[in-house]
Design a protein around this ligand. Structure first.
Ligand code: HEC
Ligand SMILES: [Cu+2]
Length: 311
């Protein structure tokens, strides 16, 4: 694992090492003097009279001014690096991606209209700016190897930027406790080299990856977008209803109205889950994927759900 995958990461580490080093130095120095004074000035016997010192202005000035200067150095150094961490380099192009956090996944939307879930795809060596919002509660977007972290807040946009030095895969964590499955709110940053990126941006495929037929693609999306975590395909009741024999199945909503699962209903369930709640299941569990799946992806998912039949 690369520990400083961005330029700024090394500088963030330097601030940390500097502050830690300074603290370690003063801790040891102060305690050494303390121990020395304990030995040097200890009372030698009942007749040992202690000098009566009333004060020393020089000494007080020194121990006020020196720590002040040190703290200001820490402040200055911190602010300089924080600015680099916060503000994308001026006058250089930035590639902007919008990020949405929702219980319990991340979705990404690119300038070319493409969307991905839990997988942030970016080109290597490019200034990337993430414009972030939350669909529900406060989350926090953290890429440890890049040393960037920012809260993702409902009804407010926040941002971060980074420039990945090396192609590869890095972790994304949600670092704000956001409910039951917070610990599963994980993602990956895939940093692609120039060729791979160009290909991905044009076709949505990695080099060497093939276009899958609808059924296989639907199955892949069902796993990748996290549907499978809540919907079993073997009849078991998880958070949501099983998808086994779902297509054509008749059931009832929590308001008593009965319905039959067809193409339109599946699309509605995926985009606007709050419109109808299946009787016996909790409201607000099924996240909305509105704007996160293209029409062709939706139809591939329908094809896959149709195929999940018991025989
Ligand atoms: C966090 C859990 C969760 C995830 C992730 C999730 N769902 Fe759901 N889903 C539910 C719950 C709970 C219900 C039932 C309550 C309701 O109607 O909202 C439901 C209902 C549905 C229904 C209606 C089922 C029926 O029997 O009427 C469909 C279709 C569906 N989900 C498809 C999907 C697809 C496709 C995905 C992935 C793109 C997905 N869900 C992701 C929890 C989830
Ligand atoms: Cu979260």
């Amino acid at each position: 694992m690369i520990s400083d995958a961005t330029e700024v990461a090394a500088r963030v580490d330097m601030v940390q090492i500097f502050i830690f080093g300074m603290m370690a130095f003063w801790f040891i120095a102060c305690n050494a003097v303390l121990v020395y004074f304990m030995l040097r000035y200890r009372r030698k016997g009942p007749d040992d009279k202690v000098a009566n010192i009333k004060g020393n202005h020089m000494l007080e000035i020194v121990w006020t001014v020196i720590p002040c200067i040190l703290v200001l150095i820490i402040f200055y150094y911190g602010v300089v690096v924080w600015k680099d961490l916060r503000v994308p380099p001026e006058g250089e192009p930035v590639y902007e991606i919008s990020v949405t956090g929702q219980k319990w996944s991340w979705s990404f939307k690119y300038p070319n209209g493409a969307t991905t879930g839990n997988e942030l795809i970016v080109p290597v060596g490019t200034n990337i700016k993430l414009n972030m919002k939350s669909a529900d509660v406060i989350h926090s977007f953290f890429i440890p190897e890049f040393r960037v972290k920012e809260d993702v807040v409902p009804s407010q946009y926040t941002y971060m930027w980074f420039n990945a030095k090396y192609a590869g895969e890095y972790n994304i964590f949600c670092t704000e406790y956001c409910g039951k499955d917070h610990s599963h709110m994980l993602g990956k940053v895939k940093v692609l080299d120039a060729d791979n990126w160009e290909n991905w941006e044009k076709t949505g495929l990695m080099l060497g990856e093939e276009i899958l037929p609808p059924l296989e693609n639907g199955e892949k999306l069902f796993v990748k977008r996290g549907c499978k975590g809540c919907h079993s395909i073997d009849g078991v009741k998880l958070v949501g209803p099983t998808m086994l024999d779902a297509y054509g199945r008749s059931a009832a909503f929590d308001d008593g109205q009965s319905y039959t699962i067809d193409d339109n209903y599946i699309v509605e369930s995926i985009k606007y889950p709050e419109r109808h709640i299946v009787a016996g299941y909790p409201r607000g569990q099924m996240p909305s994927f509105d704007g996160q799946l293209s029409d062709s992806e939706l139809s591939d998912i329908i094809t896959y759900i149709k195929s999940i039949k018991s025989e």
